[in-house]
Design a protein around this ligand. Structure first.
Ligand SMILES: [Zn+2]
Length: 419
């Protein structure tokens, strides 16, 4: 199978280096070329002798084949060949396509092409004796890195600004998830902030099919510029790293529930809404309807799963020697989450509620560093997944070259990097 080529391996890095060097000397088209316009090239390759069926809800293989005039025996044969040779036994509505080909309009079907993904075709052909054979073909991907940049305007969300910049929704979600480790989208987004994304677009035969990975992100956050680069280490591990090659994914999420509004911040002294007198608020409150799943902010071990008068139902996780997180007022705990359970980042540990001293359903979230409560929104969190010396050297070289490419693209928005 011809896999999507990945920019992170050395061969492609070398290509990129030479390609970008060529750009500098104006001999330019090998790596960065102008975008071809392929908008009009879509799916008109249906001749008189080919009919294409998009599988609809309720369709079965035998129904579709029978509609094409194939006999029951032949249908059984084709189904068996498809199952044994291509592992296909069911069709998926609204995504699978089937092409039926005939030599002429009146002749029986001589070829059936099942298209279960944009990157795979299963071809069934029959000989004169009506024996069917099956072959799986992997479609070669042509992957291009494209660059989009934008700016937050007054009253904007990052999502709106990203859409305006022409960044597809799926890529925006990936970017959001990457940056959520580093910034708080409720608090840190301000008019005037600029951002940019380099991401993959996959083409087949000159037609864009889908988007690939986010390769680089830059965001002018309040705390300073956040930059992340996707990089593959020598052992194949893929991660995101900052400009200096430090793991960009932090060990804890500042906001365990994506997009939840902060209803009360960390403070050294505030009037408690239930008790009425002033005391410190040792965590951050996020608005969350009863039953909202609460994900672990980081990987760790459950050290408390209990009830007390203030926190109601709460879970406490120890992440490493210095960090613990606490989640309070839960309506209930997740099944299988007990004291001693090891959880991964994002694993659901319980559900939001209003147990304990609480005026309404919310998540009260605390980060405890070396036994002391810290502000989850501002605490400097440790980086994980750092590179070894050899990978770091390679990363820094790669990053320097990629930044050069990004610079070119930012001046020529219609160009792309051929991967
Ligand atoms: Zn609270």
């Amino acid at each position: 199978m011809k896999k999507a080529k990945d920019i992170m391996n050395m061969k492609n890095l070398t290509r990129l280096v030479y390609g970008l060097a060529a750009v500098m000397t104006l001999a330019a088209i090998f790596v960065v070329t102008t975008r071809r316009d392929n908008r009009h090239a879509h799916t008109n390759d249906v001749s008189e002798c080919t009919s294409v069926v998009v599988v609809a809800s309720g369709d079965t293989l035998s129904k579709l084949l029978s509609e094409q005039g194939l006999s029951h025996n032949e249908i059984v044969t084709i189904a068996n060949v498809l199952k044994s040779d291509a592992g296909i036994s069911t069709l998926r509505a609204n995504s699978d396509k089937i092409e039926f080909r005939r030599a002429t309009d009146d002749s029986p079907i001589s070829k059936i092409v099942v298209i279960p993904s944009p990157w795979k075709q299963v071809e069934l052909t029959c000989d004169e004796g009506r024996n069917w054979a099956c072959k799986t073909i992997d479609i070669e991907r042509d992957t291009r890195a494209v660059y989009r940049s934008g700016e937050i305007l007054s009253g904007d969300s990052f999502y709106l600004a990203g859409q305006r910049a022409g960044i597809p929704a799926g890529i925006l979600v990936d970017v959001y998830d990457l940056l959520a480790f580093e910034m708080d989208f409720e608090r840190d987004v301000r008019a005037g902030q600029k951002f940019s994304v380099l991401y993959e677009e996959n083409y087949s035969d000159g037609k864009k099919v889908d988007n690939g990975h986010v390769l680089a992100v830059a965001f002018e956050a309040l705390r300073g510029n956040v930059k992340m680069y996707r990089f593959r280490q020598a052992d194949g591990t893929i991660g995101y790293y900052d400009e200096n090659g430090n793991g960009a994914i932090k060990s804890l999420k500042r906001t365990p529930i994506n997009n939840a509004k902060i209803t009360s911040s960390f403070s050294k002294g505030r009037k408690h809404p239930v008790l009425g007198f002033t005391r410190a608020h040792k965590g951050v409150d996020f608005r969350a309807p009863t039953g909202t799943p609460i994900p672990a902010a980081g990987a760790g071990r459950v050290v408390a799963r209990s009830y007390n008068r203030g926190h109601g139902n709460y879970v406490k996780i120890r992440h490493n020697g210095s960090y613990e997180t606490l989640y309070a007022h839960m309506s209930k705990f997740a099944k299988n989450v007990k004291v001693g359970t090891t959880v991964r980042q994002g694993q659901i540990i319980g559900y939001a509620g209003s147990t304990g001293l609480s005026t309404g359903p919310h998540l009260h979230y605390e980060i405890i560093k070396n036994g002391k409560h810290v502000n989850p929104m501002t605490v400097k969190l440790p980086a994980i997944n750092n590179l070894n010396a050899a990978d770091k050297k390679k990363f820094l070289e790669y990053r320097r070259v990629l930044d050069g490419g990004i610079e070119q693209l930012s001046n020529n928005p219609k160009w792309f990097i051929q991967m």
